[in-house]
Design a protein around this ligand. Structure first.
Ligand code: GDD
Ligand code: MG
Length: 360
């Protein structure tokens, strides 16, 4: 038996819903709530018991995933009264764990899409005899992450969360948000107060000579911290670049969910998803985008790398590129919305209100 803790709470700034009422772990990526991919990947790696550690909007998870049996899992839910931080959240669910003191427990940040070989991380943990093993990945700009330098054997030498000064940027290896803890290490985290595993637990363990082992794995990895990253991740799931057993359908250029209606001459490419009940009109071109349930894309719209929320409407010939349109918003015909724009849920944008290009 292998068990895992999935961290899906926090103050919610980076997890802020893309669409006002849905916490990000529940926003569909490739047609199913994002969390489903993490759960299904853990199951495929032999995990059978998962504790979901949450601190807000907890009531949305349990009605959807229930006891986990539809995914072949046993899922439990624990909600913090106040966010306890990553380490506090882990400690807070210790009583639900079934592993013995020396057995491995997996822990996952709930906002990561990755092709990590989970079994290989557990094997590394077992063979190295480490107290904690961490999945590490390399990124061009590590400043938004936890930096994790290692010695030539992969043993972790320091943990520097969100480095502030150039001198602190000592490596491009970062904490990828998946760990194996020896169960007894979890029990040693102080209970009943906020603890950051990154700022307190890992540096503390290192200071007292504990063995932290890094496993650098350069498989697919994406932090879904921004809506743009979320859209990218969804497209990569559809394209098969990000492996997940939970994609409902075959991987390819597009995923059209049952009851969606797509005009025969509309072009869907680059991992585009069209949700249940959504409508895509004649001549629309949609590339690498997520169109959520019951949204309407009118004829001739051109949508690239964008998210269109549930029940939103995109007018005829409107161009979206790198845009996020909230649930229920209406963007009239002949608009042009570009990189970074967010149209709030239920907002109304009249026809021909916004353009970037010159008049024609
Ligand atoms: N239950 C619970 N309670 N979960 C929490 C809490 C809390 O108080 N605080 C954070 N979490 C969960 C988040 O939901 C997320 O899934 C995970 O813990 C990490 O928190 P983030 O707030 O997303 O942290 P980050 O992205 O800035 O940094 C973390 O992830 C990076 C990789 O993406 C750190 O672990 C970095 O070291 C790491 O590089
Ligand atoms: Mg994060």
């Amino acid at each position: 038996m292998t068990e895992a803790i999935l961290l899906v709470g926090g103050k919610g700034t980076r997890l802020r819903p893309l669409t006002v009422n849905t916490p990000k772990p529940m926003v569909p990526a490739a047609g199913v709530p994002f969390l489903t991919h993490q759960l299904a990947r853990a199951r495929a790696a032999g995990v059978d018991h998962i504790v979901l550690a949450t601190s807000y909007l907890a009531e949305v998870f349990e009605p959807y995933f229930g006891d986990g049996s539809s995914l072949g899992l046993s899922i439990e839910y624990v909600t913090e009264d106040e966010p306890l931080g990553t380490g506090g959240a882990i400690r807070n669910v210790a009583s639900r764990l079934r592993s013995g003191p020396d057995e491995p427990v997996l822990i996952f940040n709930g906002d990561i899409l990755t092709g990590l070989d989970i079994r290989a991380l557990v094997d590394t943990h077992r063979s190295s005899g480490a107290d904690v093993s961490l999945h590490l990945t390399r990124v061009d700009d590590p400043r938004a992450f936890g930096l994790v330098p290692t010695d030539p054997t992969g043993r972790v030498t320091a943990f520097l969360e969100k480095p502030q000064t150039p001198e602190e940027i000592v490596t491009d290896q970062i904490n990828a948000g998946a760990y194996v803890f020896r169960r007894s290490v979890i029990d040693e985290i102080p209970a009943g107060r906020p603890v950051s595993v990154e700022r307190e637990t890992f540096p503390g363990l290192l200071a007292r000579g504990a063995h932290l082992q890094g496993m650098v794995d350069s498989t697919y990895w994406l932090d879904l911290g921004t809506p743009q990253a979320f859209v990218r991740g969804s497209a990569d799931l559809v394209l098969g670049r990000a492996p997940s057993p939970a994609v409902p359908g075959r991987c390819g250029d597009r995923l059209v969910l049952p009851t969606a209606q797509v005009a025969p001459d509309a072009k869907l490419t680059g991992g585009t998803v069209v949700g249940h009940g959504a409508v895509v009109g004649a001549g629309a071109r949609i590339v690498g985008s997520t169109i959520l349930a019951d949204a309407v894309v009118e004829p001739g719209a051109v949508i690239t790398d964008s998210l269109v929320g549930a029940g939103a409407r995109i007018g005829a010939r409107t161009v979206l590129s790198g845009a996020v349109v909230g649930d229920g918003a209406r963007v009239g015909a002949d608009n042009e919305l570009r990189e970074g724009v967010r149209v709030w849920c239920d907002a109304l944008l009249p026809a021909a209100s916004l353009r970037f290009s010159s008049d024609q």
